[in-house]
Design a binder for this molecule. Structure first.
Ligand SMILES: [Ca+2]
Ligand SMILES: [Ca+2]
Length: 110
């Protein structure tokens, strides 16, 4: 019984290591420096920066947040309406998510 918590810790540690290796292996460009990225990889990096839940797509909340920051940067108002409209336009398959492909008309680089 005494060893039980240690086992759990080891399993948890191994689990997080495994998750980490998957995360970094997912995109070959993930660990490159900005200057080494191709244009599409840069686009992908920016896109995935807004993907806070990590599903490689932007849901409406993530998309709205991206639009809010863009508008704020440019000193514009009315981001909510704009985000709503853009989201609808971009989500061409109407699944409630904007994929990288829908956003940029190109495939997410691997
Ligand atoms: Ca997402
Ligand atoms: Ca979609």
């Amino acid at each position: 019984m005494k060893k039980y918590p240690i086992k759990i810790t080891v399993i948890t540690l191994l689990g997080s290591l495994f998750a980490l290796s998957i995360a970094s292996a997912e995109y070959s460009w993930a660990n490159k420096k900005w200057g080494e990225l191709s244009d599409v990889e840069k686009k992908a990096k920016v896109f995935l920066k807004w993907d806070t839940d990590g599903d490689s797509q932007l849901n409406k909340a993530e998309y709205t947040e991206m639009t809010r920051v863009q508008f704020e940067k440019n000193g514009k108002e009315g981001y909510q309406k704009a985000a709503e409209k853009r989201f609808q336009n971009k989500d061409t398959n109407e699944d409630g998510f904007v994929s990288f492909e829908e956003q940029n008309n190109m495939k997410l680089p691997e």
